[in-house]
Design a protein around this ligand. Sequence first.
Ligand code: SF4
Length: 148
Amino acid sequence: MRLTKSTDIALRIAMRLAVLGNKDDAPTTREVASAVEVPYTHAAKVVSKLQHLGAVEARRGRGGGLTLTAAGRTGSLGELVRELEGVDDVVGCEDDPPCPLRGGCRLRGALRAAQEAFYASLDPLSIADLVESPTGPILLSLTSRPGD
Ligand code: SF4
């Protein structure tokens, strides 16, 4: 099983925001994108989704920037990843052409159970847990390149 690039970027951005706290100098999307080394346009879409999910707040204007909300910091990681990934099966049973076994496939059921077990293993964790050492100090050491 492989997460989408967008989900990985969203988690990277959330972790970076978690270590910056709620300082007055909250970073812009461009600064966070540069620090975690993802393209700005992709980061902007992901930040918009994190805002929609209530995990990130964006304040505009002077002194504005991105902050992780309390829900984003301590909410269930499994729930967040489910929301980011959507509800698709891990295989394309209904693709075009659809698989002829889809009406009664035991493999499909087994894969759905495995997928849920994957998310369930993330449920007890939060973004706050992910930024404990050694990850937190690494995240804090990242810098934004001017002009990015
Ligand atoms: S074999 Fe089963 S799991 Fe695989 S595509 Fe067909 S219906 Fe889906």
